[in-house]
Design a protein around this ligand. Structure first.
Ligand SMILES: C[S@@+](CC[C@H](N)C(=O)[O-])C[C@H]1O[C@@H](n2cnc3c(N)ncnc32)[C@H](O)[C@@H]1O
Length: 257
């Protein structure tokens, strides 16, 4: 089977999966919390499970979090990685956000809600090759958010990102295959100031680790890693954040003023 055929089969399979509608009422926990509280990683580590975690691949979550899996926002992230990542983003005052690969939409919604507590977002876009029912409901409570159902490997995706007025942060968490991830970074790094990759430290996603090492070797980007692990489990997930040096310098200058 050629790579192209394998890729097409994967997309066909993805299109047959059905994301769950998620309960958005937990968003209030973020909207009502104090901003100083949310800026502390330890507080976020406690808050994230109460927003609801995903239960696909539940064996990758520690037993202590199993009761928090399978309901509410279905966030598909490790709190011990996602919390310091978000707290770091808070210091960078993110202006716009695109998540490529949103599944049920929970991590996207949590990210958008948290980022907006630290700095107003001009827009937020969730992208997935499969439809996501939660996105319509979410747009009704956050009109700056929109969902685009599109294949990242299609010319339409390129048109979408090239026509954005500006793009500050992208989170790539789509098909965890090396060539697709490399192509997505190549496209998005042309238009975004910051690009985050999910699964840079996952024993099941060696291709993503390879792409992350290539990004770390690029001269114009500074890279940060959020890869803490729960004890007693293999290595899973892991977030890498690459920030353009020019974007990082802006924040440093702001702090000095
Ligand atoms: C691991 S899930 C995303 C999880 C989500 N970011 C979260 O944290 O909850 C991967 C998603 O990527 C989407 N995806 C895979 N290949 C894609 C492509 N070529 N274009 C757009 N979305 C894609 C899948 O449909 C799936 O919903």
């Amino acid at each position: 089977m050629t790579n192209q055929n394998r890729q097409e089969n994967t997309w066909k399979l993805l299109k047959s999966l059905h994301p769950q509608p998620i309960d958005l009422s937990r968003v209030e926990l973020i909207r009502k919390a104090n901003v100083e509280f949310l800026a502390q990683p330890d507080n976020l580590i406690d808050l994230l499970p109460s927003l609801g975690l995903n239960d696909e691949g539940i064996d990758e979550f520690p037993k202590a979090l199993h009761d928090d899996c399978g309901h509410d926002l279905r966030i598909w992230q490790y709190p011990i990685q996602f919390a310091p990542y978000i707290a770091f983003l808070a210091t960078l005052k993110v202006r716009s956000y695109l998540e490529l690969g949103i599944r049920h939409g929970g991590s996207y919604i949590a990210t958008v809600e948290l980022l907006e507590r630290f700095h107003a977002l001009e827009f937020a876009i969730g992208v997935d090759i499969i439809h996501c029912p939660a996105m319509t409901t979410y747009q009704s409570i956050n009109p700056r958010s929109r969902f685009v159902c599109i294949n990242s490997q299609s010319p339409e995706f390129l048109t979408l990102i090239e026509n954005l007025p500006s793009l500050d942060l992208v989170f790539i968490d789509s098909h965890h295959e090396e060539n697709q991830c490399r192509r997505e970074f190549a496209m998005l790094s042309q238009v975004a100031q910051m690009v985050a990759l999910h699964d840079i430290f996952n024993i099941g996603c060696v291709g993503i680790a390879t792409v992350w090492q290539e990004i770390k070797a690029l001269p114009d980007w500074t890279c940060f890693e959020f890869t803490d692990q729960y004890s007693g489990l293999d290595s899973f997930m892991g977030i890498g954040l690459a920030v353009k040096n020019s974007r990082l310098a802006e924040e440093t200058v702001c702090k000095q003023l």
